[in-house]
Design a protein around this ligand. Structure first.
Ligand code: GLC
Length: 449
């Protein structure tokens, strides 16, 4: 190559690299991806599963960090991991019967244990446990049979590996000693993601978690530290319709397809992990059914079925999905109380599911009395508390054709003027847990986001 041609080749290569970088930074989702976002949005309800070696200790998924368990001792849990009663079909059927449309399962949590057959680490369910079953494969197959989409939780944070270096602010008592290469860790994650995205059929979403571990460094929670651009491009190349979510507690990075809120609805910040601006991406709130993600023996503080239903409805009214967590027991079964809650939510969904699924957050913003959802020309007014008999809807410029009790179809009285609409609830109406008025308008309702 002459100096001149070499110069041109190098310039062209540099330009291509720049363009590739810029393109990903700007991120143009594919058609399949946009379609998958719509499907995700209309699903509105998913079940989260936190399952791993920690399950056996019955003290939540942070037990390794909380008790400063040395990684070699922790690994001994694997030798006794034998969840004899695990039945993927029963799980997925319970999820489907609850009216949930997807299940998000931990493939590898912060403890670094892989719940699937990976070639990239022998600390995995096939090689390190007597169980020797790939539960992610079994769940993928069961999901295909029951028409439930499979989402995969994948931890960015690792309390075990030396190449997770520099370390962050958690897991400092687990015995990681050497100063391994961050490059190796990033390459390892991408190879595992490749396994997950090529070996288990269509994956609805990859759900990342743990970047916040490095928020002690000025550039700890950035695309460049975590090489998100390359990682996200890999995922979208392997499965363009696979959505990317990341529980980093900040506004979405380029390449993400879902915005997550942990333990709070969009706009709230009771748990102290939110407060970030709400983007135009599909939204998802994750919440526990009791108070723990991973199984915790002492936690029987289950939310009531009515509270869970109200949470789901409130999420929908805020234009968000609810990802509701269940922590399976050491024997591989979902706890009885959780199963009972799922059944009861499912019974409610049979009647009311259509007022939540396939809707968008309504034109009337959430109020003390409840929330609204909408589809086409229909506004569903979800009255979630019995404090008001008169429900004021500050929405004008669209004539109401009729208002009915959604369940009985009995007309609900209303007055409409230039400021909006007032619904007069019948005296028998009870927010028990949700009284739904279906209001039909003359014109299509615009979506607010
Ligand atoms: C937190 C926790 C983690 C859990 C997740 C679920 O980030 O670190 O244990 O998996 O929330 O939202």
């Amino acid at each position: 190559m002459t100096t001149k041609t070499w110069f041109w080749a190098a310039t062209m290569a540099a330009l291509c690299l720049l363009r590739a970088g810029a393109q990903t930074a700007n991120y143009t989702p594919t058609k399949e991806n946009l379609q998958a976002r719509e499907t995700f949005r209309s699903d509105r309800f998913g079940i989260f599963i936190h399952w791993g070696l920690y399950t056996m200790a019955g003290d939540g998924e942070w037990m390794m960090h909380n008790r400063n368990v040395d990684r070699d001792e922790y690994a001994r849990l694997a030798g006794g991991f034998y969840p004899a009663a695990f039945d993927a079909d029963r799980w997925v059927k319970a999820v489907a019967d609850a009216g949930a449309k997807y299940i998000c399962v931990t493939t590898r949590h912060h403890d670094g244990f892989s719940m699937f057959a990976t070639r990239e680490s022998d600390f995995n369910i096939i090689e390190a446990t007597p169980f020797r079953r790939d539960v992610i494969r079994e769940l993928a197959d069961a999901c295909a049979r029951h028409g439930v989409r499979l989402h995969l939780y994948y931890s960015h944070l690792d309390w075990r590996r030396d190449d997770y270096f520099p370390r962050g602010r958690t897991g400092l008592g687990t015995g990681r000693t050497r100063e391994g290469r961050w490059d190796d860790y990033c390459a390892f994650m991408n190879r595992q993601l490749t396994e997950l995205l090529t070996g288990y059929g269509p994956i609805g979403a990859i759900w990342f978690d743990g970047m916040w571990d490095k928020d002690i460094y000025p550039d700890g929670v950035t695309d460049s530290t975590w090489r998100l651009t390359q990682q996200y491009a890999l995922i979208h190349r392997l499965q363009p319709a696979c959505l990317i979510a990341n529980n980093h507690h900040t506004t979405p990075f380029a390449g993400e397809d879902i915005q997550i809120f942990e333990r709070d609805l969009p706009g709230e910040n009771k748990a102290g992990l939110s407060g970030q601006a709400i983007s135009r991406l599909p939204l998802e709130t994750c919440e526990t059914m009791n108070r723990s993600w991973g199984y915790r023996m002492t936690d029987q503080a289950y939310k009531s079925t009515a509270d869970l239903i109200r949470l789901l409805v409130r999420a929908a009214g805020n234009d968000a999905n609810l990802l509701l967590n269940v922590g399976p027991q050491p024997d591989g079964q979902l706890p009885d109380t959780a199963l009972a809650r799922l059944r009861e939510v499912g019974a409610w969904m049979k009647t009311y599911g259509k007022t939540v699924q396939g809707t968008r957050g309504g034109v009337v913003r959430p109020h003390e009395w409840g929330v609204t959802t909408q589809r086409g020309r229909t506004l569903f007014v979800h009255v979630l508390s019995d404090v008001d008999r008169l429900i004021c809807l500050p929405y004008a410029g669209n004539r109401v054709r009729q208002a009915v009790d959604y369940r009985t179809r009995v007309p609900v009285r209303f007055v409409q003027d230039a400021d909006g609409i007032v619904l007069k609830l019948p005296t028998t109406a009870k927010a028990d847990p949700d009284f739904v008025v279906e209001v039909e308008f003359a014109e299509e309702l615009k979506t607010t986001n």
